[in-house]
Design a binder for this molecule. Structure first.
Ligand SMILES: [Fe+2]
Ligand SMILES: [Fe+2]
Length: 297
């Protein structure tokens, strides 16, 4: 595709996304009922998506503790969402820094930073509302994030962004649709799904605009593999199992060996792994990492 056509196409995408943002955006401070109390007897996310679902350990938990586990796992995923959104905000700022701010492309990057800023506050408020800790990523992943947000390349920025946004999207789409769950976690999911669908289009289209040579492609694949690995294994913090009376190492080992949990991860990641594959970002260099993350068989 000639450069001028590519730029025109890029501007058109951004103009469409800016128009959509103007029509439907949320203010989580006002659009979520923070004064409501958690409803007794309701799960915070679908129980069959929990890391221990279907294991012998799951059978030892009564209903109350299963609900408690759903609260801590939802909070853990949200806290990792904040970790990634903070990384993404910096990567988008770096992306915008050297480009023409009057372009729709840069204005949408800035709009997306605004969205992510509100999302992180929303997730943080939800974690406080639940009364649980913000588990976050473990130290190694956290510090790799510190480095990554400062030096990521174009493919890593948009490939990594798409990965995290798509797996969260798959989880939250199910959560928002299930009427038996806590109304507040459903509303938070709904707001996030609507605004993220624009971010996913932006990242997906931007990702395929950059052509990679064979050597460069291997290099980018390795980084994409590392992002997929660390983002996925960070979702459920081992410490949270303590909240339901399970030792962290026992809970983690059970989750790791759990075929239901593996199937959930494979299912949540299927769409985005397909997109990354079509962009040339899945191959021999990173398949072992995707397998270690449990997102491909
Ligand atoms: Fe977000
Ligand atoms: Fe996003």
């Amino acid at each position: 595709m000639p450069e001028t056509t590519r730029l025109r196409d890029r501007e058109r995408t951004a103009e469409r996304l800016l128009a959509s943002s103007a029509k439907l955006s949320f203010d989580p401070l006002k659009d979520v009922d923070w004064d409501s109390a958690p409803e007794p007897g309701r799960y915070y996310c679908p129980p069959h998506r929990l890391s221990l679902y279907g294991t012998p350990l799951w059978e030892t938990l009564d209903e109350e503790r299963r609900i408690e586990l759903s609260k801590h796992e939802t909070a853990s995923i949200a806290s990792v969402g904040i970790w990634f959104e903070e990384i993404l905000m910096q990567m988008l700022l770096r992306h915008a820094f050297d480009q023409d701010p009057t372009s729709a492309h840069v204005q949408y990057a800035l709009t997306e930073i605004g969205d992510e800023c509100r999302h992180s506050v929303m997730f943080a408020k939800m974690i406080s509302w639940m009364g649980v800790p913000a588990y976050g990523a473990r130290p190694v992943a956290h510090n790799l994030g510190r480095l990554f947000k400062a030096i990521s390349t174009h493919s890593q920025t948009f490939g990594g962004t798409m990965y995290v946004e798509e797996i969260l999207d798959a989880f939250q789409r199910e959560l928002m649709a299930d009427e038996t769950l806590q109304p507040l976690t459903r509303q938070v999911s709904r707001i996030h799904v609507i605004e993220e669908s624009r971010h996913i289009s932006y990242a997906r289209e931007e990702l395929v605009r950059r052509r990679l040579g064979p050597v460069r492609r291997r290099y980018e694949q390795l980084f994409i593999g590392l992002i997929v690995y660390f983002a996925t294994v960070s979702l459920i913090h081992p410490r949270l199992y303590r909240a339901v009376g399970i030792a962290p190492e026992v809970g983690s080992a059970a989750a790791k060996a759990n075929p239901h949990w593996r199937a959930t991860k494979v299912e949540m990641a299927a769409k985005v792994i397909g997109v990354l594959d079509r962009a040339g970002l899945v191959g021999r260099t990173n398949r072992w990492l995707l397998r270690a993350a449990g997102v491909i068989h």
